[in-house]
Design a protein around this ligand. Structure first.
Ligand code: MOS
Length: 800
């Protein structure tokens, strides 16, 4: 409700973290996932597994031309197929998926026009999935085929590259100094083009929606990363208000960007369910996921570096062309980290786009850095060889003191520590820098490294925390946390439980973590590696608010209480300075004042507590008593107490460059006859602020490194240049790394604390390890065989 006490925080100043004061038994620890046993025993229900009575099945029908118009959809072609219910088509709504500017827009409303092969144009509804599948295959669609005018060849279309709409992108063009002149004047230059292919997120769970209507309210059990913004997309697409839409995604089997926005099956299921008055389940097949959701765009990137003989960079140019459907604003922001990764007074970042009649492009894991750093970090390696400088040393010489583009400090930056700790663990000093100099049996051996960086973000998020009596719990009380944040396999349930448990002084099994329902307070969702920081701060602040309310209830100063194992007690001295400071400005406790108090004293007061500070006699300054949390909670009406937390990004995001950093190291073997490339081992060292859970964070890094292997050596979405059809639209033909491709991976989490990011001092880690991981492998391949490949993936044919 509106009147719920809410702890608000805007990150305008550095803040202290309560974790340095709490008993902190769980935060940081490598505890197992709290939802692990539910998942492995099949009790965690993913959206496709939700059962609703009277459910019917839908299967999408995709266009079989790359460009043109639908003239007629002949439903009579399904006559005689048993169990078919209806062909539903609503060209106004689900014809074309869109991710304008990344996330914000609903699927584009667009008549009967076809923009790419595979674009959903209808959905066949049947009593069984099998019948719907048969119907979808049999459905006769008459087209006005204009495929001959379609843009299907990127190389050819490059001459039609056009400017991007910077306002709608997640990066901007940038020029500083005189890059072309800088390049012309440089003692040493390197100027290269890199090509990276289209890729698919290939999340294990396909996109799926079970839609049903309760009167005028639409409920979607779906597979989404960000419920609040996806809810808005559904509202926009179907012209519904916020009370008419609920999205539920309790468990999500990966997303990697492909589930940031609403995919076509959601809208199709909603429309069909309305029309038929039944719950409709649409599960995409793997080919449909690959054809009709989103791809990472292919890129052509130019990296040009000008430096002196010692490798000190003066000029850095990063120009990119990526592709998308005509009219789409999203472009691959490859140069996100180029702005601040290395020094140099002359700089240019430039983006262009090519319109292609190919699968919609959008965000895929670490959009920008994942492929942009392939180019930058391969270029740095080549420059190091050219100068005969160790690649780590070259990066060290180009370490900027401040963000060289914005002239603002880094909130924290530990690239050098990551490189050093990674090098130590990997044994980099043993390296033979001379390429093609190490033959072991039939295999050339090589090592390479690359830096990693991924911008840190904070997004507005809310959460509710409730303490309530629960006699089934050992301590007689439990905490229920609610936020619409998702857990896409990353560990949200677990890390937020750790945060709440420590702040409320409860064991982890006394925390009931409720996620994945848009009925809960809105959070930023799982995207951009901001999930733990954003939604987690909402949870943190809600718990902090509860702590203060409880302190007040028992007459203790909020800055002195310790909650541990269901007991509340006073520890240490209350900080009178903070109270006095608060009193002095007692007329107006602006948010910023509260933040300042936090900054200087480590004490953080909720507004309502501060308002009552003048009645300081209310607090017992030397109370040594200990109170049972269950008793305190029992003292409230309804035997429960509830509060909300709300985090907002603030000036810290503008005053400080915030990014996670890291370094990947790889050893590869290349077969001397066949050119087969095997990754033998990798070490990654990453610094991302405080680590909430060493196990889940390490797993995120493994994931990034595995993506790096795929990106370096195998992943490539191939569109047929004749008709735009996907040639490799399943996991048999689109190769992702399997167990046999993934060797020993070692992850080091470099210690870091960043008070500018959020009250937990954490930074995003999910997408850090993928940034540059492929470059480390590419550089190792060069070291092994002396061949530089500029066209990814590095398949064996390119080495022969
Ligand atoms: Mo990430 S590509 O923002 O899911």
């Amino acid at each position: 409700t509106q009147s719920e006490p809410t702890k608000k925080m805007t990150m305008d100043e550095p803040v202290e973290s309560l974790f340095s004061k709490t008993a902190s038994k769980l935060v940081g620890k490598p505890i197992n996932r709290v939802d692990g046993s539910l998942k492995v025993s099949g009790q965690a229900h993913y959206s496709a597994e939700i059962h609703l009575d009277n459910k019917a099945y839908g299967v999408l029908v995709g266009a079989t031309i790359a460009k043109g118009q639908v003239e007629n959809i002949d439903s009579s072609s399904l006559d005689g197929i048993p169990n078919i219910i209806k062909v539903v088509t609503d060209p106004k709504h689900f014809l074309r998926n869109s991710q304008q500017g990344g996330l914000k827009k609903a699927p584009k409303q667009g008549a009967t026009e076809i923009f790419y092969h595979g674009q959903p144009i209808a959905v066949v509804i049947a009593e069984t999935f099998e019948a719907a599948t048969e119907g979808a295959k049999a459905l006769k669609v008459i087209y006005k085929d204009e495929t001959d005018q379609a843009a299907l060849n990127f190389t050819k279309e490059l001459s039609n590259a056009h400017a991007v709409d910077e306002k709608k992108g997640s990066d901007k063009n940038y020029v500083q100094g005189d890059p072309e002149q800088g390049l012309a004047d440089a003692e040493v230059t390197l100027d290269r083009f890199y090509h990276t292919p289209s890729q698919n997120s290939s999340a294990m769970e396909p996109h799926v929606t079970l839609a049903h209507w309760e009167e005028d309210k639409l409920i979607l059990y779906t597979a989404n990363q960000m419920l609040a913004s996806c809810k808005q997309q559904v509202m926009d697409a179907l012209n519904l208000n916020k009370d008419q839409v609920q999205l539920i995604a309790h468990y999500v089997g990966g997303g990697f960007g492909s589930k940031l926005g609403i995919a076509p099956e959601s809208i199709a299921a909603a429309i069909a369910s309305k029309e038929l008055g039944r719950p409709i389940l649409i599960t995409m097949t793997r080919p449909q996921v690959m054809e009709a959701t989103v791809r990472r765009s292919n890129t052509r990137q130019r990296i040009a570096i000008g430096c002196d003989k010692d490798g000190v960079i003066d000029t850095l140019i990063h120009d990119t062309v990526s592709s998308n459907l005509p009219g789409e604003a999203f472009f691959e922001p490859t140069a996100l980290s180029t702005h601040y990764l290395y020094r140099g007074k002359n700089r240019r970042v430039n983006y262009e786009m090519v319109d292609m009649n190919q699968v919609l492009s959008g965000s895929m894991r670490a959009p920008g850095e994942a492929v942009g750093m392939i180019a930058v970090e391969c270029a740095m390696d080549e420059l190091a060889s050219q100068l005969d400088i160790d690649p780590i040393e070259l990066r060290r010489r180009n370490e900027p003191e401040k963000d060289p583009s914005k002239d603002i400090p880094f909130s924290s930056r530990q690239l050098i520590a990551c490189m050093e700790q990674g090098a130590e663990q990997f044994g980099w000093s043993q390296r033979n820098a001379k390429p093609a100099s190490q033959l072991e049996g039939d295999w050339w051996i090589g090592t390479g490294m690359a830096a990693a960086a991924r911008g840190n973000q904070l997004q507005p998020s809310e959460a509710r925390a409730t303490l309530q009596i629960d006699k089934s719990k050992a301590l007689g009380v439990k905490a229920v946390i609610e936020t619409d944040m998702t857990d896409i396999g990353t560990g949200s349930y677990t890390v937020f439980s750790q945060v709440a448990a420590d702040l409320l002084g409860l064991p982890i099994d006394h925390i009931e973590m409720k996620l994945g329902d848009s009925a809960f307070p809105p959070a930023a969702g799982s995207g951009g590696s901001w999930g733990a920081a954003s939604a987690g701060s909402g949870v943190y602040l809600a718990c902090e608010q509860l702590r203060e309310m409880i302190a007040e209830k028992v007459g203790l100063y909020p800055d002195t209480i310790q909650l541990d194992n269901g007991q509340i007690k006073q520890v240490g001295k209350h900080d009178l300075t903070a109270i006095e400071a608060a009193k002095e400005s007692s007329q107006a406790f602006a948010d910023s004042t509260i933040d300042k108090i936090s900054e200087t004293t480590g004490v953080s007061f909720s507004e309502n507590v501060l308002e009552e500070q003048s009645e300081s006699e209310k607090y017992d300054f030397d109370n040594t008593e200990s109170y049972a949390l269950a008793d305190v909670v029992a003292g409230y009406d309804e035997q429960k107490i509830s509060a909300k937390g709300q985090i907002k990004p603030g000036k810290n995001g503008k005053k400080y460059r915030q990014s996670s950093f890291g370094a990947n190291f790889a050893e590869v073997a290349v077969h001397k006859v066949t050119g087969e490339i095997r990754v033998k081992r990798m070490t990654g060292a990453f610094a991302a602020g405080r680590i909430l859970n060493h196990k889940t964070a390490t797993s995120q890094c493994y994931g990034g490194m595995v993506f790096g292997i795929g990106s370096a050596l195998m992943e490539e979405v191939i569109h047929d240049k004749r008709d735009g059809r996907l040639c490799n639209h399943d996991l048999a033909e689109y190769h992702v790394p399997v167990n046999a491709d993934v060797p020993q991976l070692d992850v080091i989490l470099v210690e870091e604390d960043d008070p500018y990011t959020n009250p937990m001092h954490i930074k995003g880690i999910g997408e850090t390890a993928i940034a540059g991981a492929a470059a480390a492998i590419a550089n190792a391949v060069y070291n092994a065989v002396g061949v530089r490949v500029y066209d990814f993936p590095i398949t064996l044919d390119k080495l022969l």
